[in-house]
Ligand binder design. Structure first.
Ligand code: SF4
Ligand code: SF4
Length: 379
């Protein structure tokens, strides 16, 4: 007989990154079942925060280091062997990410190994006819704890726990999947496949919404104090609760909806803590990403092609650009080059698949999303 899926979402109102307060909450929740038994059976644990790029914690692009630090302290109290790892997108160096995000400092302080995925080896798996390259370590540890960040996303609308596992695919292998699956619908399937492949290894999921992101996430939006920390055994129920709280409807976040269906889990079966069950946070900036997607999704294929020419949006490279070339190296379809005179990125619009990897990875947020006149009118 199949074990029923645990669809409970624990939520705590927390309005500052206080390690002691977060640790207290971990101690309270992980004493409960099934967390307690899972932890008792697990010795070697990988912590997977969101390490998207070299951004200071105040920018709310990456998981706050206090979330990681409290988890390390908690697991060390239980005598667990802990390792921390992720793979930033594109060519940005892991060392620069560890330094800027504060993860390097935390791991040093607690003598925990920090791993740049891909360096220790890769395991290739065939999933639905496509090759996925995963970090080898994920098959060596006994369990994984997900430490994700709650944000809007310019391509997928929302990003949190499920999408954080995309980082288990090292470096530019991520860009290659973006190239193969440029349409949001197909890319949603990629994210779903990654989660379904790894889910049995996942002990539980912590979603950092103490300060998350609204607007043009996942890296160029605005930090927003949601003042909420979420914990669940399975990733998509945390994402359902958080995206709903931001004002999204489940129909809009297709990959979460699809994943809940795949797990045979109905919305009405998701148990969100009573105090937060009906909570919708006020005025979260999600309208722009929703409207753009809704408009394009509503058009028949032929019209879509026609309208896309007018209702266009593409990356734009601002004056703040420091000519580091990260965006050029990270573009999966080579739609960017550095101008030979002023060394600024130049976009070939015909090649661009609008994956927004450049927007996500620019270390100083110099890439914005530029809209055509018609798009501006609608948005
Ligand atoms: S836009 Fe400029 S600063 Fe940003 S990644 Fe590209 S080259 Fe670097
Ligand atoms: S230039 Fe276009 S295709 Fe290249 S990374 Fe940016 S959005 Fe993606």
């Amino acid at each position: 007989m199949n074990t029923p899926i645990n669809s409970k979402v624990y939520i705590k109102a927390i309005n500052e990154y206080n390690v002691e307060q977060i640790l207290e909450y971990y101690r309270e929740i992980f004493e409960l079942e099934p967390f307690k038994t899972k932890l008792e059976k697990t010795q070697y644990i990988l912590l997977k925060p969101n390490m998207l790029g070299a951004h200071h914690p105040n920018k709310a692009v990456t998981t706050h280091p206090a979330i990681l630090e409290a988890m390390i302290i908690y697991l060390k109290e239980l005598d667990k062997k802990v390792v921390v790892g992720d793979s930033p997108g594109g060519i940005v160096t892991a060392e620069s990410v560890w330094k800027a995000t504060g993860f390097g400092e935390v791991c040093k302080r607690h003598k925990v190994e920090l791993v740049n995925f891909g360096k220790n080896g890769i395991i290739t798996k065939q999933i639905n006819g496509t090759e996925y390259h995963f970090e080898k370590l994920i098959y060596e540890v006994d369990g994984i704890i997900n430490l994700a960040k709650m944000k809007t996303h310019s391509l997928m609308l929302y990003t949190g726990c499920v999408k954080n596992f995309y980082g288990l695919i090292p470096g530019l292998y991520k860009s290659e999947l973006h190239r193969q699956f440029p349409q949001p619908k197909d890319f949603a399937q990629v994210i779903t496949n990654v989660y379904l492949h790894i889910k049995d290894k996942v002990l539980f999921n912590v979603l950092d919404g103490i300060v998350g992101m609204e607007g043009e996430g996942p890296s160029a939006g605005k930090p927003r104090a949601f003042n909420r920390l979420f914990i669940s055994e399975i990733a998509p129920v945390n994402d359902y609760a958080a995206s709903r709280m931001m004002g999204f409807k489940i129909e809009q976040i297709e990959y979460i909806k699809h994943l809940l269906n795949s797990l045979d889990l109905k919305i009405e079966d998701i148990q969100i803590e009573e105090a937060f069950k009906d909570e919708i946070l006020t005025d979260v900036a999600i309208k722009e990403v929703i409207f753009r997607k809704r408009f394009l999704d509503s058009l028949p294929a032929a019209l879509k092609k026609f309208f896309n020419r007018f209702f266009d949006y593409y990356p734009s490279f601002g004056d703040a650009c420091i000519r580091c070339g990260v965006c050029v190296q990270s573009c999966p379809v080579k739609a960017l080059r550095l101008d030979k005179d002023d060394q600024k990125p130049v976009l070939d619009k015909a090649k661009c698949i609008k994956c927004m990897c450049c927007h996500e990875l620019c270390p100083i947020h110099a890439v914005s999303i530029k809209k055509s006149l018609v798009a501006k009118l609608f948005l």
